[in-house]
Design a protein around this ligand. Sequence first.
Ligand code: GLY
Length: 294
Amino acid sequence: MNRISVNLASNSYDILVAPGALDTAADHLAPYAHNDRLFVITDDHVGPALLPQLRRAFQSSQIKLVELSLPAGEQSKSWQAIEQLTNWLLDQGVERSDTLVALGGGVIGDLTGFAAAIVKRGCNFVQVPTSLLAQVDSSVGGKTAINSTAGKNLVGSFNQPAFVLIDPRVLDSLPDRGLRAGYAEVIKYGLICDAEFFLWLEQNINRLMERDEEALQYAIARSCENKAKVVAADEREGGIRAILNLGHTFGHAIETATQYKTWLHGEAVGFGMIMAIGLSLRLGLISTDDMTRG
Ligand code: GLY
């Protein structure tokens, strides 16, 4: 089990990385259930796979799970979905002291975090990320947004979660394609700030693709440690946090040009990083050896 602190000027929080953590979610999430209830937001892919497990974890607890499932996919990062979510929360009588639980990948995390920022002028939320990409990147650091016709993530808020609960075992049912897309963000940390981790990734990529539990837990925890350090240094991206966007400008352009239908976010970021590295070579900032490494 790894516990990583995201140390901020205010509202610091912890990330817990523990195989099997979803089975003991009631223990981990109880401190956030202020009105003996938690509002669980998920999607119609993750919900059928993981809600039964979450419900079992709360079976002998006083805490009631109030659940909403939204359509899976990037199309849900929209005004329509945020309207549906906030109206549902208000219909349920949500209060500022309540906590929303984002059970899903980056889309559900972003939507839930943004809803938590604006409903009743702000309530609490925790992240329970279920894709590798969300576990190593989007669930940590408080960036929440929906897409606009002008581009990706252009309407949103910095809103830090109160806690991030990561169970690497939920990735067991993730298709290889989703896992590979998530590794783009993992490799990003090696490239931007952790050369030792990059070396480890070069040596252990087969273990990771075979879903070796120990290797996966290490890669997730090390990614979160790197992200936590960068976010602590520059929470609202006035400077150094921009390094976390390596490949994202190209990646967002790829996603927008293909209407979010062709590439997974991590795949677009992976191609975007290759394009950024190609640009660096042309600008004379890196060598051909650097470019072809790995
Ligand atoms: N995904 C980039 C960031 O959180 O800053």
